[in-house]
Write a protein that binds this ligand. Sequence first.
Ligand code: C5P
Length: 227
Amino acid sequence: MKKITIAIDGHSSTGKSTVAKQIAAHLGYTYVDSGAMYRAVTLFAMQNNLISAADFKVNELIGSLHDLKIDFQFNPDLGFSEVYLNGTNVENQIRTLAVSSFVSQVAAIPEVRYQLVKQQRQIGEAKGVVMDGRDIGTVVFPNAEVKIFMTASAEVRAQRRFDELINRGDKVVFDEVLKNVKERDYIDSHRANSPLTKAEDAIVIDNSALTPEAQLNKILQIIQTAL
Ligand code: C5P
């Protein structure tokens, strides 16, 4: 069977990564969480005091991009790859609300995007890849055989994110999570470089009222027609 590229884009907390992992496991494909890469750069900036509520040292961050190595390593216990920053597994550290609150500013920097997009294209060169993000079907892989654009209401998405953060023991307030979801939507959709937008040939899935199973089946049917 031929190997294809599957691009899954959409708004924050639409469950893109959950469904992308399921599809990758089903097809035996490589799953790449491109958002994790932007989050890892953000974590690096926070760890090196380059970004805070008071200050954002953009030029210093750009200057230190060459000190930064991001890669993925497959975790056989989990069945998917986890993200590493300079050799350290940062999968948990990148999912905090603090990282979420700065990541869209970091992701709007053209030099950051240039470097990460280059790496994403290298990973996807061999095909057989499911990548989720904001610009995968528009910029990273405009020729992807399957493009899905996922969305849901901001409230539904914030509730999912809130539950996820509470379940991992983080102390968060629902309104702050909702504010973050809306802010990221705004910054991601309005940035000059590679804004979040639906590719013309992407299929929209609004999962506000879809069960995870129904959503997976719908996407697998779409993929089937491209194989
Ligand atoms: O997918 P996730 O919500 O983890 O992504 C975190 C942030 O990274 C997004 O809000 C967006 O600012 C940025 N991002 C991006 N382009 C991608 C993936 C993520 O700008 N392809």
